[in-house]
Design a protein around this ligand. Sequence first.
Ligand SMILES: NC(=O)c1ccc[n+]([C@@H]2O[C@H](COP(=O)([O-])OP(=O)(O)OC[C@H]3O[C@@H](n4cnc5c(N)ncnc54)[C@H](O)[C@@H]3O)[C@@H](O)[C@H]2O)c1
Length: 316
Amino acid sequence: MKQILVTGGAGYIGSAAVKALVEKGYEVVVVDNLSKGVKELVDKKAKFYKVDLIDKEALDNVFQENEIDAVMHFAAYKAVGESMENAVKYSDNIKGTINLLDMMVKYNVNKIIYSSSAAVYGEPKYNPIDEKHPTEPCNYYGFTKLECESLIRWYGKVHDIDYVSLRYFNVAGDSGLGYIDPNALNIIPIIMEAATGKRDKLIIFGDDYDTRDGSCVRDYIDVNDLVRAHILALDINSSEIINLGTSDGTTVKELVKAATDIVGKEFNYEIGERRKGDPAKLVASNKKAKEILGWKPEKDIKDMLESTFKAYNKNL
Ligand SMILES: NC(=O)c1ccc[n+]([C@@H]2O[C@H](COP(=O)([O-])OP(=O)(O)OC[C@H]3O[C@@H](n4cnc5c(N)ncnc54)[C@H](O)[C@@H]3O)[C@@H](O)[C@H]2O)c1
């Protein structure tokens, strides 16, 4: 396998994957509509197309001009809140995936690694969440991710395409590209903004949950570990759905403490009300990832905070 098409390759995770693939000697073709992605993040050795996946003709041209062997499909809109206000926009996640699968059939590309999400599970019925956990998304974004998984599975059956759907929980850390989310919605970027003075304070939503310190527990995966799992997935010969997590997890208060140590000074935070629909604990089992991919996370939460802090400092 030589040439990999990376959709969403100008985004946070996609650009890290492009960098790692190029370093491993793959030829990389990137498709991104730059709605959120940044072209400068794309490794110069990759071939870049500013194409929206819903533009089937433009996508056809990309497949025609290249000899693609496999696809890593990262492109998607991913803001949960926005997805509950604009289903029309988020339906492009589904339409774009159908177009991509159609092109794979047309050009005989028979391997896809798909960026799925913990959002497919909805409210956790137990922890750590394994791949047999019921899938009942509670927002439209999660629905689009689950729908794309189903489409990929059906195209896989009908057209003999191998797939690996990787369900991620919270991705963090820096790949070395210094990516900064301009519209921070996740806790680690928010902590960094509070710690570097870009934001007044961090609000911890509730500290009366039934967890070890009362704050919510979430599962964080370093972006480099995540990308490594994708590259391992290129080489397996079966179709799989696999969670990528630590089987453990970190509370919000633990995150704040670790960030304070790394930043070297206290920053403002306050305890706010619980947010509606926030489960106390969301942690992924990585048993299957170990068995099938021979993968386990190598970086811990301190590594993720440290590399993120460095990236924020560079951009100050
Ligand atoms: N970041 C996380 O914590 C996380 C967790 C679970 C799943 N995911 C999934 O991982 C993938 C990558 O996430 P990310 O954090 O890098 O997000 P991101 O927004 O940084 O990257 C997504 C990229 O896709 C591009 N894109 C979006 N829609 C497109 C379309 N129709 N056509 C072409 N390009 C399009 C955007 O411009 C962007 O560059 C997404 O599919 C997301 O659902 C991310």
